[in-house]
Structures are given as structure tokens and as C-alpha cells.
Design a protein around this ligand. Structure first.
Ligand code: ADP
Length: 496
């Protein structure tokens, strides 16, 4: 039996998942690491924490699986996206903590890019909207604040990388300086149409080209695992951003295929095939993956408050003791009794885009109680996701026949059935809900010839399917009410 190990380097933990040849999970090990908040709005990780926890997770998962290093056909890396690192090429020494994707410190640099009229160019070349979330201005900030960094970068003495790149450099013999097209697509520096670093954007953010990694295919042997880690060299055969790996791991291989990850927030991605679709709803256009030199594209949209609405019910409102209890409470009543919750705690994202929206409960009557509120909160996760999916359908002209789901809140059967009802589409929950790790394993297994494309297409297997049961008139009525509730949440935090 051969195995593939996926390294899933996430925002709060580093995990390693061992898959066998049938893509069944043989072992998992995860290790949390510290989050640093040096100032309000700033988020950092120590590079040695990222690397150390990931190496330990790998060793411990392999030990748990009880397999030998020679049985591992390949290792795939998937990672938290956009998080930015700079290190010395000669020694590997990081020059600063990693600036995490959540970090808002470069908001003023983004404002300057916008004031310089670069918004449209950025959108055209990178598919992104200018935002501090992406790597470009984080790198610019590091070069501005580390003494001599820009001069040293010009001389080729430094390396920039996102987490995939940093791990590949440190885990592989010979220190390859690479990143894959999905991670490059999150930097605000990469032309997704021509698949190259964009000279104009590099100039705009004053980034010297010698600093940048080579951009490779998502499924590609980037190097051999250092012998001292598991006692043997093993091909490191995939690099992929986490959401992109999940799209692949869900088997969303054809245009129109769509997945939603229900975590703290919700991440929706739709495969749009060979053509990058430009959104008119301010969704992001991104690289789904690049195989054999050919990029495939995706539309991406996110819901800021997804499972976090359930945490709010539990922690702030005290209406449930556990997230799982929300299901029994919601199904104890036949409907939400006309109550709608818009959990716009931090504003609304796509397709509404109103940073002044705030959380709103409407439709309260004397009979509205705990069960109706809990139910309305769960329903709000489905409504918000449906809004993003409908915007994607409008942008791409493709109506998804099914939505594939994963993430913590996808365990909630009530939520999944309501999602199916309100979308009017089938919802498919896979057998392996570790879809991010699964995707990284599939990319890696493909690169070493363990699986053909036909075999890969058959690996993700649905475990449970939810069929839309709601009558069309009822769906339309509820969606109209939801839109009215959203309108009432808008603009609340704007000062008058
Ligand atoms: P993340 O990766 O963002 O930490 P996870 O995929 O681990 O998220 O999912 C955790 C989220 O899912 C939490 O916000 C939690 O409230 C929610 N959640 C977990 N189980 C359930 C459930 N059975 N019903 C509804 N929400 C749930």
C-alpha cells in the first residue's frame, strides 16, 4: 500500500493527514500555534512556529498511521493564503514575523494604490479588489520597515514567499524558491491571464523582482523532502492555497461546479473553466489550479459571519450550550415565525458590500422565542451563501446543479436541507470532510503518477445528498423577505 501525506498549514493550526491509495484517511495530527497581536488590527505568526508545528505534525501523523517513510509516495502542501514572509537566501533566517492575511496594517498603502488610480489595473491583471488582505502591500510594508531590505532584495539576497513557498524552501533538499499559481494569484502582483509577475504592479508597490519565487504548477514535484525529517527523501509534489485545494478535493472539476466551506465564515468557490470570468458583483476572480501549464479559473466570494453566528448564539446570547445543539432547537419549530437575522456584525460582503451594515433582527412578534431566533440564525448562513452563489451564477452564466459542502457547520443537517431548499439545488456532503487535505493529496498523487485524472475524478465520494423540497412560490417569498431584512441592516453604522 502506498500513502500520500497532506500538510495543511492553517491560520491557527498545522495539520498532517495521511491518505491511503483509496484516499481513505489513515491518520491525522494537528498542532495549534500562537497568534500574535502586537497592535490592534495587526496579526502575526512566528515563522519558526509555522515550520516547527508543521514538521512535528508530519512526524506524528506518520507515526500514528504506523507506516514507513518508503511507503509515502508523495507529500502535498496546502496553506493559509496571503500570509507573507521574507527570509535570507543564504541562511534561511526570517527577517520578520509572518504578516497574517487578517492583518490590517497596510490599509493606508492600499488607499494610496487606489488614490493613484490603480484599482482598475489591479482588477484587470490580478482578478482581485485592492485590499490589505492580499500579500502585495504586506511585502511592501516589510521592505519599507526592515533596514536595507529593498537594497538587499535588489541584490538577490532575500526571498519573499507565502506559506507554501516558505515551507517548500525549508522542507526540501536544495531549498527551491517556488510558489504555485493559486498562491501567486493572491499576492496582487501576479497577472492571472499571462501567468507572470506583473512589472507595472511590482513598480507600483516598489517590489524588486529578484525577491520573487518561481511560479510553478499546482501539481508538480517542487523538490525532495529533506532526508533528516523522516529519514528518507520523498517528493514534495503539490502546493495549493487552502480554498483551491478544497475545490479540487470536492471534485469540482468542471465549469459550474461549486463548493461552500461552512467555517467561522463561509468560502464559496465556483470553477469557471478555461476562461477567467470578470465579476460585475465584486466577487474575486482567481486561479482554481494550474495543471500541466494550463490554468483553470474560479470565482470566489465569502460570507464574513457563517458558523460565527452559531458561536454568537452560544457565547453571547447563551441560547444554546453547543454548536451542535442548534439543530435540535431549530427543528423544534416548523419555521422561524417570520423572524430574520442578518448577522452583519462586521458589515456585509459580496454581493451587498456595505461595511456600515450591522447585525439586525426583524419580524419579531409576541410568539418569537429562543427556537425562532436560533432557527433564523442558522437560516441566515444559508441565505447569505445563496446570495453569493446567485451572484456567481449571474456572473458566469452557469447555474450550479449541485453545491458541495464541507467545514464544521456542514455537519448540521437542518442547515444543509435549508440551504438546498433556498437554493433550489442539490447539496452534497462528502464522505471525507477533510476536503482541503484531500485536494492537496490528490494534486500530489497526480504529480507522482499514483493516480490518473480518471481515478482522481472518482476519489471524492458523496456521503449524503440533500434534495430541494421547498415549493418555488415559498422560496421566492422567503428570499424577498430576506432581501428586505438585508436592506434594513444596511448603513446602520454610518454616522449621521
Ligand atoms: P474554522 O476552520 O473557521 O475554524 P470549522 O470548519 O472548524 O471553522 O467550523 C467551526 C464553525 O462551525 C464554528 O463557527 C461553529 O460554530 C460551527 N459549527 C460547528 N458545528 C456546528 C453544528 N453542528 N451546527 C452549526 N454550526 C456548527
Amino acid at each position: 500500500m502506498k500513502y500520500v501525506v497532506a500538510l495543511d498549514q492553517g491560520t491557527t493550526s498545522s495539520r498532517a493527514v495521511v491518505f491511503d491509495e483509496q484516499a481513505r484517511i489513515a491518520a491525522v495530527h494537528g498542532i495549534e500555534f500562537p497568534q500574535l497581536y502586537p497592535q490592534p488590527g495587526w496579526v502575526e505568526h512566528r515563522p519558526e512556529d509555522i515550520l516547527g508545528s508543521q514538521m512535528d505534525a508530519l512526524r506524528l501523523a506518520v507515526r500514528k498511521a504506523g507506516i514507513r517513510a518508503e511507503d509515502i509516495a508523495a507529500i502535498g502542501i496546502t496553506n493559509q493564503r496571503e500570509t507573507t514572509l521574507v527570509w535570507e537566501r543564504a541562511t534561511g533566517r526570517p527577517l520578520a514575523n509572518a504578516i497574517v492575511w487578517q492583518c490590517r496594517r497596510t490599509a493606508p498603502l492600499v488607499e494610496r494604490l487606489k488614490a493613484d488610480g490603480l484599482g482598475a489595473l489591479l482588477r484587470d491583471r490580478t482578478g482581485l479588489v485592492p485590499d490589505a488582505y492580499f500579500s502585495g502591500t504586506k511585502l511592501e510594508w516589510l521592505l519599507d520597515s526592515i533596514p536595507d531590505a529593498r537594497e538587499r532584495a535588489e541584490r538577490g539576497e532575500l526571498c519573499f514567499g507565502t506559506v507554501d513557498s516558505f515551507l517548500a524552501w525549508n522542507l526540501c533538499e536544495g531549498h527551491p524558491h517556488v510558489t504555485d499559481a493559486t498562491n501567486a494569484a493572491r499576492t496582487m502582483l501576479f497577472d492571472i491571464h499571462h501567468q507572470r509577475w506583473d512589472p507595472e504592479l511590482l513598480r507600483a508597490m516598489d517590489i524588486p523582482e529578484p525577491l520573487l519565487p518561481e511560479v510553478v504548477d499546482t501539481s508538480h514535484i517542487v523538490g525532495m523532502l529533506r532526508r533528516d525529517i523522516l529519514g528518507r527523501e520523498i517528493p514534495v509534489a503539490a502546493l495549493a492555497g487552502d480554498q483551491h485545494a478544497a475545490l479540487y478535493g470536492q471534485g469540482c472539476l468542471s465549469p459550474g461546479d461549486c463548493k461552500n466551506t461552512y467555517g467561522t465564515g463561509c468560502f464559496v468557490l465556483m470553477n469557471t473553466g478555461e476562461a477567467p470570468v470578470r465579476s460585475v458583483n465584486d466577487l474575486i476572480t482567481t486561479v482554481a489550479w494550474r495543471l500541466d501549464g494550463a490554468p483553470r479559473y474560479a470565482l470566489e466570494g465569502s460570507v464574513f459571519v457563517g458558523g460565527a453566528a452559531v458561536q454568537w448564539l452560544r457565547d453571547e446570547m447563551g441560547l444554546i450550550r453547543s454548536a451542535a445543539e442548534s439543530e435540535a432547537v431549530a427543528t423544534s419549530v416548523p419555521d422561524s415565525g417570520g423572524v430574520f437575522i442578518v448577522p452583519a456584525f462586521t458589515g456585509l460582503g459580496a454581493p451587498h458590500w456595505d461595511m456600515y451594515s450591522r447585525g439586525t433582527i426583524v419580524g419579531l412578534t409576541r410568539g418569537a422565542g429562543r427556537a425562532q431566533i436560533v432557527r433564523a440564525a442558522l437560516e441566515s448562513i444559508a441565505y447569505q451563501s445563496a446570495d453569493v452563489i446567485r451572484a456567481m451564477a449571474a456572473d458566469s452564466g452557469a447555474q450550479p446543479a449541485a453545491l458541495r459542502v464541507d467545514g464544521g457547520a456542514s455537519a448540521n443537517d437542518f442547515l444543509m436541507q435549508f440551504q438546498s431548499d433556498i437554493l433550489g439545488a442539490r447539496v452534497l456532503r462528502p464522505r471525507v470532510i477533510e476536503t482541503t487535505a484531500m485536494g492537496a493529496a490528490m494534486f500530489a498523487g497526480r504529480a507522482v503518477g499514483l493516480w490518473t485524472d480518471e481515478q482522481i475524478a472518482a476519489l471524492p465520494q458523496p456521503d449524503r445528498s440533500f434534495e430541494p423540497g421547498m415549493e418555488a412560490g415559498q422560496r421566492a417569498r422567503l428570499l424577498r423577505q430576506w432581501q428586505r431584512a438585508v436592506e434594513r441592516s444596511k448603513g446602520w453604522a454610518r454616522e449621521d
